[in-house]
Design a protein around this ligand. Structure first.
Ligand SMILES: [Zn+2]
Length: 301
């Protein structure tokens, strides 16, 4: 024990330019992450338990600071926090030491604030004590330690696996590929359904919808907008007769009739509307045979 203490004190001047070697158990990292993620809005803190040797420290466990005051963005190790930590440490890790502390920075990155530096200088001033910071929003983490008189972010952290050395292929467990592949397949196919397949379908649908809208528009226009209806008026008795379908007014004002074998008789019951005033050209061209032949009021010669 004494030799260890002497080693550390002697190694301190030598470590002015050398960062301490940190070995951290992967299980500790997992527990810190879980603790921080369970409080995504407030900071959490705890201490790191492990062992120190020469210029190396091993982080083997952690104790969550359950009663730490989480005032705003600053964690504070209160008297209650320390009591809980020491009680847990004496019960579960009597042979281990407190090798540092951890706390979370939910959403504001990994660094040591002035307040954090104050805590580290006053409670974790031993050269082989470190500060672990984790941001549960970005999943970034960093470890800060003493390098001489300075606190630096350490550039190298070694993660150890407790199950390391376990024989591979001796677990007797089947590969859980089935469930994983199925869910991945479902995700992939659902993604495909949304993005890939409609590539051609989307175009076809949009084109068809445009065509449909245009067709409806033409139909509505045909229904609503006025179409010229040509009537021929008998100038003698003022009766009007609708021109046969296909009759149209030329640009020079003359009227072209469709080739028709017969023309219908006038329908007097039809109300006289939209009457086209007889013009010099149209009156003589009105179908004269039927009208004049049947007209009882034809002018006497
Ligand atoms: Zn902090």
């Amino acid at each position: 024990m004494c030799a260890g203490v002497i080693d550390i004190s002697m190694s301190r001047p030598k470590s002015k330019t050398k960062q301490p070697t940190v070995l951290v158990d992967g299980e500790v990292i997992r527990q810190i992450r879980q603790h921080a993620r369970s409080f995504s809005k407030t900071e959490v803190c705890g201490v790191l338990i492990g062992s120190q040797e020469k210029n190396a420290l091993a982080i083997e466990a952690c104790i969550a600071g359950l009663n730490a005051a989480q005032a705003g963005t600053h964690v504070t190790f209160t008297q209650d926090t320390w009591e809980h930590i020491y009680k847990t440490k004496d019960r579960e890790y009597p042979e281990r030491r407190i090798v540092g502390w951890y706390h979370s920075h939910p959403g504001f990155g990994v660094f040591l604030s002035d307040h954090d530096t104050f805590i580290h200088k006053n409670f974790f001033s031993s050269p082989l004590q470190v500060a672990w910071v984790y941001d549960p929003h970005s999943d970034e983490e960093g470890c800060f330690g003493w390098v001489g008189e300075r606190i630096e972010r350490l550039s190298e952290i070694a993660v150890t696996d407790r199950k390391g050395g376990e024989g591979a292929g001796e677990t007797g467990k089947p590969e859980p590929v089935g469930a994983a592949d199925e869910s991945e397949e479902e995700v992939r196919s659902s993604v495909n359904r949304e993005s890939d397949a409609p590539a051609w379908l989307r175009w076809t649908t949009s084109i068809l919808s445009y065509v449909l809208v245009m067709a409806i528009g033409f139909f509505v226009c045909w229904l609503l907008f006025p179409r010229p209806i040509i009537f021929f008026v008998n100038p003698f008795n003022r009766t009007a007769v609708q021109a046969p379908p296909g009759t149209h007014i030329n640009s020079d004002g003359s009227i072209s009739l469709p080739p028709m074998p017969e023309l219908e008789a006038p329908r007097p019951e039809k109300p006289q509307r939209d009457v086209k005033p007889p013009t010099q050209e149209s009156a003589p061209q009105a179908p004269p045979k039927t009208d004049s032949g049947k007209d009882p009021h034809a002018p006497r010669q």
